[in-house]
Structure formats: C-alpha cells, structure tokens
Design a protein around this ligand. Structure first.
Ligand SMILES: [Zn+2]
Length: 116
C-alpha cells in the first residue's frame, strides 16, 4: 500500500457574462483561484469604446490640465436573465470554497482566511 495521497486538481474558475444589450464590449469576467490562500474573487469589466484620434487628444488635454468628471467614469452592464443561475452557481461554489457561513445575518469566514 502506497503512502501517497492523490492530489485533487482544482481548476481556476472563470465565467464571462455578456450584457443584456449583447454588445461584445460590454462583458464582465469573474475569476477565482480555489488554491489561492486569500480566496479573492476577481471581477474584470471590459467597457471599451474606441475613440477617434481627435477625441483621444481632447481627452488627453483635459486629463493633462486636471479636468475631472464630477460623477467619475462609469458605465453599465446589465445581466441577462438566462445568466442568473450561472452567476449564482459561481457564487455558491465560491462561498463553499471559502467556507463562508451566515450567522444572525453576519457573514463569518474561517479564521484561516481572516485578514489582519
Ligand atoms: Zn450593454
């Protein structure tokens, strides 16, 4: 009998979600690495708009001279209804992987992943 313990291979989980408007530039990506000790869930937002050269120069000049938009730079992504269960599945797997539980409305996590 071997003393070797089989290694369970845990893959990175990545899910892409398109915006309900179906524009390919409106895409978000969730990704987490189950083996990562910090157990962080990453969200990448791709909201890219190609601008003409004059508009890029105009925005660059505004940036150089310190112009800031009072509302920040925001865009929107609207989840397609058919993706709701896939997103919930991703989050359920993430919650299970992190060992998170809710007690009296407060999310508790194992001491091993608590940050100082
Ligand atoms: Zn959109």
């Amino acid at each position: 009998m071997s003393d070797l313990v089989p290694v369970q291979r845990v893959e990175t989980r990545t899910e892409h979600f398109q915006c309900s408007c179906s524009h390919e530039a409106h895409t978000i990506r969730f990704e987490y690495h189950p083996w990562d000790k910090d157990k962080e869930l990453y969200l990448s937002v791709f909201l890219h708009h190609w601008l003409s050269i004059p508009k890029r120069i105009w925005y660059a000049l505004k940036y150089v001279f310190g112009y800031t938009c009072p509302y920040g730079h925001w865009d929107v992504w609207c989840m397609r209804k058919e993706d709701a269960f896939r997103l919930r599945g991703l989050l359920d797997a993430y919650i299970a992987e992190c060992g998170l539980v809710v007690e009296n409305g407060v999310v508790k996590e194992p001491a091993a992943i608590l940050k100082p």
